[in-house]
Design a protein around this ligand. Sequence first.
Ligand code: SF4
Ligand code: SF4
Length: 465
Amino acid sequence: MRGLSEAFPLDEASIQSVLGRPVADDPARVADILAKAHDMKGLEDEDLPQLMAIQDPDLLHELFDTARWVKDQLYGNRIVLFAPLYVSNLCANECLYCAFRASNRDLPRRALGRDEIAAEVGHLLGQGHKRVVLVAGEAYPKEGLDYILDAIRTVYGVRRGEECMRRVNVNIAPLDVPDFRRLKEVEIGTYQLFQETYHRATYARMHPRGLKADYDWRLGCMDRAMLAGIDDVGIGALFGLYDWRFELLAIMQHARHLEDRFGCGPHTISVPRIEPAEGSATSEHPPHAVTDQDFRKLIAILRLAVPYTGLILSTRERPEIRKEALRLGISQISAGSRTNPGGYEDDAFEGGAQFSLGDHRTLDEVVCDLAQTGFIPSFCTSCYRMGRTGSDFMDMAKPGEIKAHCHPNALSTLQEFVEDHASPATRLAAERLLAGSLEEMEPGARARAEHMVARVKEGERDVFC
Ligand code: SF4
Ligand code: SF4
């Protein structure tokens, strides 16, 4: 087994070299790259600058249409929904863009106790959520990692009638291999961690103090997680800290490295853009702010470059951008989110939040909007619970076979939402979508999906394949 020193040696020079080559306006070359993207095997680094440079509206449409097509081929038109669950905003780090940073003394600090976590989960279950990502600042109460492990057990233990959280993903500070093993033992879904910026010099400026100042410790985190047996990992960058084109190529390198070393690339890639955060001048004026147009491009290019990977968008973004992003290849979104610990229980209190939200709609409103625009809102958690993780998952995702599970599971979980949580308007929109989607399916798949939906209508819950 290789040592940590061999963990993902990011090659910045090769990225700068790819980005430094002149790119001519060349529609024929763009057409070739998009034709290659149709094979759904990903793209080479050298292909990306040509797509990044597109300005022509017609070529942009072709790029966006191809991204949508690839997403539909692999995952269908379902959009998986989740909520962040902030359990603590204690933090010892000093990330210049974040409200939780240690020197922000005006921020109300809180680490939720068991009962408070259970109350938060109860609220999320009451909205209809089935999947959360547990988030904590990078300093724990005196129990250390045990605090997080206990919090995860608490989340899984909450019952609201027959409802419970079916998947707990985790976004916490990097661990060593033994601690990652402990995290795996509490049955997490995906372990997520973002490098924030892959550009070493920018990273040093943005993280002046605290453990997070160690770029390499963070960069090697997913290697340690995978060595510990956590085979679903989620990577990402905080767009706005450095040139988005550099971050994109670095994400591709990271994905390739994990695939080469562990036989399995990242389960998800997140694309957060910097949003204003309390007491952070950097967040108000990001050094490399990404325009909406570039943001659309980067999502579409990622979908083509790493086609098998789930792409996640949060409620940082405004509803208009989120709607567009769905057509460019995003496959998971958060909804009805709060980014302050205790924010679901105390809806009116917004103090102690990590950043400001762009989308304030409730889960029901998001579900209604998705259904009205033809996307199937999905609460599916089946892969993780069926053991389809890591390379087993990728073996199905890469040839597009996972869609045969995504689609019926999206329909059965949407029916569950309709039965238990939907407002009248959402019920109407969802029922129309369910009927239309079933009608469009080929006979064998349709019979199976209809049977699953019927079981839910008859009162059964948690029906999945
Ligand atoms: Fe702490 Fe994370 Fe915020 Fe940095 S980004 S200050 S580590 S919570
Ligand atoms: Fe996600 Fe798997 Fe469900 Fe598809 S079937 S939505 S990939 S958990």
